[in-house]
Design a binder for this molecule. Structure first.
Ligand SMILES: Nc1nc2c(ncn2[C@@H]2O[C@H](COP(=O)(O)OP(=O)(O)OP(=O)(O)O)[C@@H](O)[C@H]2O)c(=O)[nH]1
Ligand SMILES: [Mg+2]
Length: 332
């Protein structure tokens, strides 16, 4: 799988035809406001990751930038690529970036298929660390760190697959992960409930850390709220970028022979719960956990490494990024 550097991504035309927020508003304004939120979608090929990215941007988030009317068919994702929008929530503008990744599972040998993802996540921490150590530190450091990784599980109705266990184990140590059941419209309601329960058991049995983690609940109130989320994880989601008329209203949905599955209708699927968790109720907490837990763990390890090598902080800031590979390896 090819991974583009952030610079390359910035120059790369956006294949999904969505106008980049930065094109419309300029990066500086948002940087100053300090609201940057980065979500990554990860999972096996063909599970609807790119479709869900579009669903997220087309759903009821108030956008400042606009999506051109395009009916371009979503094709297989072959590079890691990001799509950004400036969105506004409760009067606060933020730059929401979703990093779409190529699906894995196409190769005969899927060994180490998590490596490009782990590498990308660590590279963003490294970049942030270098900026922090700069003598002339920027007033606000551009934040490209992944605040949340949405992990797509196939709706098999069985158990967690070994490949997903291995992948999530590695991710859970470095980033907040929110698992979802992809294409949930292919399961009946009973199958969904049973599958969700089995996945929760599988996550626990394998010691996979998913967001929100119990140990970071700050008070009783938060615990009650987060317990409810923990009980309904993984969210069973359905994605689409098509709109249909339902009772005179335009809704995002998948049209089937038997009717329309309304993506934002909580009676049909849990996409709305996922969206609300990510960009409404838990956005700030995801940012805080990223900075205080995941980034901090990375930072401490890097500084210990450079001290152990007899290098000072300044030497670390001058290193030319050769550490990423060893970082990716040290997660294994
Ligand atoms: N039934 C169903 N089909 C879906 C859903 N979401 C996407 N699809 C279809 O699944 C196919 C693959 O969707 P993509 O969004 O390209 O999947 P992807 O995970 O990005 O695939 P890669 O880029 O190869 O990793 C398309 O034909 C979509 O229309 C869903 O929620 N339910
Ligand atoms: Mg894709």
């Amino acid at each position: 799988m090819g991974v583009l550097t952030t610079e390359e991504q910035g120059n790369r035309p956006n294949t999904q035809g969505i106008i980049k927020g930065s094109d419309l508003f300029g990066y500086v304004g948002i940087e100053a406001a300090g609201f940057e939120f980065n979500i990554m979608v990860v999972g096996q090929s063909g599970l609807g990751k790119s479709t869900l990215v579009n669903t997220l941007f087309k759903s009821k988030v108030s956008r400042k930038s606009c999506t051109p009317n395009y009916e371009e068919k979503i094709s297989k994702t072959v590079h890691l690529q990001s799509v950004s929008h400036i969105i506004e929530e409760k009067g606060v503008k933020m730059r929401l970036t979703v990093i779409d990744t190529p699906g894995f599972g196409d190769q005969i040998n899927n060994e180490n298929c998590w490596e490009p993802i782990v590498k990308y996540i660590n590279e963003q921490y490294e970049k942030y660390l270098k900026e922090e150590l700069h003598v002339n530190r920027k007033r606000r450091i551009p934040d490209t760190r992944v605040h949340c990784c949405v992990y797509f599980l196939p709706a098999t109705g069985h158990w967690l697959r070994p490949i997903d266990v291995e992948f999530m184990k590695r991710l859970g140590n470095i980033v907040s992960i929110v698992p979802v059941i992809a294409k949930a419209d292919t399961l009946t309601m009973e199958e969904r409930l049973e599958f969700k329960q089995r996945i929760r058991q599988g996550l626990q049995a394998n010691g996979i850390r998913v967001y929100p983690q119990k140990e970071y609940d700050e008070d009783a109130e938060e615990r009650i709220l987060n317990d409810r989320i923990r009980e309904s994880i993984p969210f069973a989601v359905v994605g689409t970028d098509k709109e249909h008329q339902v009772n005179g209203n335009k809704v995002l949905g998948r049209k089937t022979k038997w009717g329309i599955i309304e993506v934002e209708n909580v009676a049909h699927c849990e996409f709305a719960h996922l969206r609300d968790l990510l960009i409404r109720s838990h956005l700030q907490d995801l940012k805080d956990v990223t900075h205080n837990i995941h980034y901090e763990t990375y930072r401490v390890r890097r500084l210990n490494e450079s001290n152990a090598n007899g290098l000072g902080l300044s030497a670390l800031s001058l290193e030319n990024g050769t550490a990423e590979k060893s970082e990716a390896e040290s997660q294994l």
